[in-house]
Design a binder for this molecule. Structure first.
Ligand SMILES: Cc1cc2nc3c(=O)[nH]c(=O)nc-3n(C[C@H](O)[C@H](O)[C@H](O)COP(=O)(O)O)c2cc1C
Length: 164
């Protein structure tokens, strides 16, 4: 089962999160995850994917305009897929990451996706709306949350859609 991890990243922090989320997906059997920058998407892979995980840096309290542009310009292959989100920010005590996540989630819903994080229902490290990191995920907690998001999305996609 394919999972596309689509991200925008200017200075590499969100890209590091994407790599860890891919590692988390690989902890679930028969998952083929692939990371791709938002300006270089393998559309065929996205269309074949059962789940799409989207990530962006926080810009001015919401998701970067580059991710919003992707969501606003007719992205293909999102409808009916499981979705997850991840966001990098600089200011952990209110930089806007939650709002950035919800902006992406709102667009996912409009595109007909099923949104999931696992929340606090599947144990620690707890996720809320998705995975959040301050800058690149260097501290264990931020790294573990990224891996957990990948595991949660891959497990739920397998449960929902089987091993196709
Ligand atoms: C134009 C711009 C606006 C930003 N606005 C915020 C913000 O509102 N809150 C915040 O916490 N960080 C903000 N940042 C910091 C980035 O979210 C942070 O450095 C992020 O880790 C960058 O990710 P990247 O390396 O994947 O590009 C901003 C950065 C830029 C370039």
């Amino acid at each position: 089962m394919k999972i596309a991890i689509i991200y925008h990243s200017e200075s590499g922090n969100t890209q590091r999160m994407a790599d860890l989320i891919r590692d988390g997906c690989l902890n679930v059997r028969e998952i083929e995850p692939r990371c791709m920058p938002v300006d270089s998407i393998d559309e065929a892979f996205v269309v074949e994917s059962a789940a799409i995980i989207l990530g962006a840096p926080t810009y001015e309290g919401t998701c970067s305009w580059q991710m919003k542009k992707y969501l606003d310009t007719g992205p293909k292959g999102l409808s009916g897929k499981l979705g997850g989100v991840f966001v990098s920010q600089n200011w952990p005590g209110g930089g806007g990451a939650s709002f950035a996540e919800m902006t992406i989630i709102a667009a996912m819903l409009v595109h007909g996706m099923l949104v999931y994080s696992g929340g606090i229902s599947v144990g620690t490290p707890y996720l809320h709306f998705g995975a959040v990191s301050r800058k690149a995920p260097q501290e264990d907690l931020y790294r573990e949350r990224c891996i957990k998001l990948g595991e949660n999305i891959a497990s739920k996609a397998t449960e929902l859609f089987g091993n196709k």
